[in-house]
Write a protein that binds this ligand. Structure first.
Ligand code: SDX
Length: 428
């Protein structure tokens, strides 16, 4: 294959280098396009055909349903690793040895206290506030309490910011949930593992000893791993572009949390449960909702279905679907919502509209069923997605900063008014 792409515009030919990744993906490097053509740019709404960066963190193949973090398959990681190991691998490049993992966890625990004044910000929110809005605000506010986390150019300064947010973010997630429940905002327990500590902070009742449930620990650990990174999705691209202005890690993460909140992105896991509940209330009439999803005049979408990149099964959805069966069985829970979900999946997989558009269940389709079985409120589902995605966002931000990438600033094609005379208000 040639290593050049040639573009012809008005009879003039321009050559651009092709670059090939380690998995044989090919891109046309158009860094010189505007200069060479005296102003021509490309346009690609939603960036469906446009790469924003070269990255060594996550590889996915949407046609084959492949997902790997730092070369490790998602199936291996979900089965054999724990979340903190995966976080380390995403951020620093390889799975850690025991000494590296212990130091990483020790440093995180040493940074897992959130300034008590942050509770005043939590108190200022109404109980009805959505946890993602609370989390985005609190994460940005952390900058004010950790000013040294902003101007980080050395790897050591970056490391300090990384362990700070990995220690404090789970506290913020637990506080966002407990605020809605009217429960005291506590701190974690440094004697516990990372995921055990998260569960205790979320679920400890003020008048009872907290007893760990290994089923919940294993389920949450697996869910966090499955959500940990996904290359240049909407929220990760947001973290990278905000970080490219050197706004600081916490501010970049706060922007990513806001992007993830949207129902077309991470907010879908909450929307899926609400959709399944509505179908259940409606007598379980899945065919009615399938018809709505296919009706162009109806804004209803089958939430948890479809994906920008996966045109095959989302490998995470396969793993979560199996885990949902196991967790519910282990907890002795019969949830009719799971049966409705499976019925919808079967209908969609055999429906021409969905088959033609290659719409399959994505990571959000079954995850909420497990969160609900764990006793997590539906409005917290997307916050749990953010908790899992945190190391991926950090890894992508760190890669962008270490590679000294330029500030993100896309071009546009102007379609507004041409030059016109100013008229005074009495002439308008
Ligand atoms: C995540 O990018 C990532 O990696 C994201 C993520 C991650 O880990 O970070 O994987 C997490 O965000 C998963 C996606 C969660 N969102 C949902 O489940 C919401 C429902 N899904 C859709 O809104 C949609 O599928 C998207 C947003 C996920 C993808 O949208 P695209 O790629 O822009 O595709 P599109 O909207 O152009 O749809 C193509 C066609 C359209 O029909 P036609 O105009 O061709 O006739 O498929 C239809 C769409 O109407 N379609 C759906 C549908 N999804 C797409 N029709 C009904 N129900 C759906 N869910």
């Amino acid at each position: 294959m040639s290593d050049i792409a040639t573009l012809e515009v008005n009879g003039q030919k321009y050559d651009f280098p092709l670059i090939k990744g380690t998995e044989n993906e090919v891109a046309i490097d158009i860094k010189t396009l505007r200069g060479a053509t005296e102003g021509i740019v490309t346009i690609d709404p939603g960036y469906k055909n446009t790469g924003s960066c070269e990255s060594g963190i996550t590889f996915l193949d949407g046609e084959k349903g492949i997902l790997r973090y730092r070369g490790y398959s998602i199936e291996d990681l979900a089965e054999k690793a724990d979340f903190l190991e995966v976080a380390y691998a995403l951020i620093f490049g390889d799975l850690p040895n025991k000494e590296q993992l212990d130091k990483f966890h020790t440093d995180i625990k040493a940074n897992s206290i959130v300034d008590d004044d942050v509770k005043k910000i939590v108190d200022a929110f109404p109980k009805a506030a959505h946890p993602m809005g609370v989390l985005s605000s609190l994460t940005s506010a952390l900058t004010a309490f950790n000013p040294s986390s902003v101007d980080v150019s050395s790897e050591e300064e970056m490391y300090n910011s990384v362990v700070k947010i990995l220690g404090k973010f789970p506290v913020l997630v637990a506080w966002a949930m407990r605020k809605k429940q009217g429960l005291p905002l506590d701190y974690g327990d440094s004697s516990l593992g990372y995921v055990e500590n998260i569960l205790k902070m979320m679920f400890k009742q003020p008048n009872e000893e907290y007893v760990q449930n290994e089923i919940l620990v294993d389920a949450l650990d697996k869910l966090l791993i499955l959500h940990a990174d996904h290359e240049q999705n909407c929220s990760t691209s947001t973290v990278r572009i905000v970080g490219s202005s050197h706004a600081g890690l916490f501010a970049s993460l706060s922007a990513g949390i806001s992007a993830l909140w949207g129902p077309l992105h991470g907010g879908a896991n909450q929307a899926v449960l609400e959709m399944l509940e509505a179908i259940k209330e409606d007598g379980g009439d899945t065919k009615k909702y399938m018809a709505k999803a296919k009706d162009k005049n109806d804004p209803f979408r089958l939430m948890g279905f479809g994906h920008r990149v996966y045109k095959n099964f989302d490998p995470r959805a396969r793993i979560i679907k199996t885990a949902a069966d196991e967790v519910l069985a282990d907890l002795g829970i019969e949830d009719p919502i799971l049966d409705i979900a499976k019925g919808l999946e079967q209908e969609a997989l055999n429906d021409e509209y969905f088959v033609k558009r290659k719409l399959y269940p994505n990571v959000d389709f079954y995850s909420g069923i497990i969160y609900r079985a764990m006793g997590i409120p539906v409005e917290m589902f997307t916050a749990m997605f953010a908790l899992g995605r945190l190391p991926g966002w950090i890894a992508q931000w760190r890669e962008m900063r270490l590679r000294k990438e330029p500030i993100g600033r896309p071009r546009q094609i102007y379609i507004g008014k041409n030059l016109r005379e100013f008229t005074g208000i009495n002439e308008r």
